[in-house]
Write a protein that binds this ligand. Structure first.
Ligand SMILES: CC(C)(COP(=O)(O)OP(=O)(O)OC[C@H]1O[C@@H](n2cnc3c(N)ncnc32)[C@H](O)[C@@H]1OP(=O)(O)O)[C@@H](O)C(=O)NCCC(=O)NCCS
Length: 132
């Protein structure tokens, strides 16, 4: 991860730790779904989601990280659209994500892909949804 990405998103290692030992909230433990992203057979990023469960009907796009040298080439868009397709096919009504209210966050990227703020704040982060 590039130095200037460190305050924006958790590292791959931190995300793995969260996937293996998730903090349990009132909705029960998250059902973690995690994939590496390849571009021409080269690892360029990863994406981590929380699949829908009985208690938490809406899936979450939890982490997305594209390597600095591969940003701006459509990798992030491809990854998000892939998970949106997956959740659409699973019959979900919407997909949620959140961003920290700090400069350089993924709000513009997420809005460009069709996510809209719900007006909720969770754990200090702005919640947005993609409605099918
Ligand atoms: C944010 C991130 C995932 C975007 O991935 P990417 O592969 O660079 O994005 P893409 O090339 O697919 O861009 C898709 C569109 O979003 C725009 N976009 C990408 N990053 C943006 C940003 N930070 N601000 C505004 N627009 C952005 C692109 O210009 C592009 O728009 P276009 O189709 O009109 O040209 C990537 O830059 C990243 O990993 N950043 C650091 C970590 C982070 O912030 N993760 C998000 C946590 S959810």
């Amino acid at each position: 991860m590039h130095e200037n990405q460190k305050n924006l998103v958790a590292s791959v290692a931190e995300s793995y730790a969260d996937a293996l030992f998730p903090a349990e909230d009132e909705n029960g433990p998250p059902l973690v779904w995690i994939r590496g992203i390849l571009s021409k057979s080269t690892p360029v990023g990863f994406i981590m989601c929380a699949d829908p469960t009985e208690q938490q009907k809406d899936p979450w796009l939890w982490r997305l990280l594209v390597d600095k040298s591969h940003q701006g080439f459509g990798v992030g868009r491809f990854a998000v659209q892939s998970v949106l397709t997956r959740y659409r096919q699973m019959g979900c009504a919407r997909v949620l994500l959140s961003w920290a209210p700090v400069e350089g966050n993924a709000s513009s990227f997420s809005k460009k892909l069709g996510f809209l703020e719900t007006g909720e704040i969770q754990y200090g982060e702005v919640v947005a949804e993609y409605k099918f």
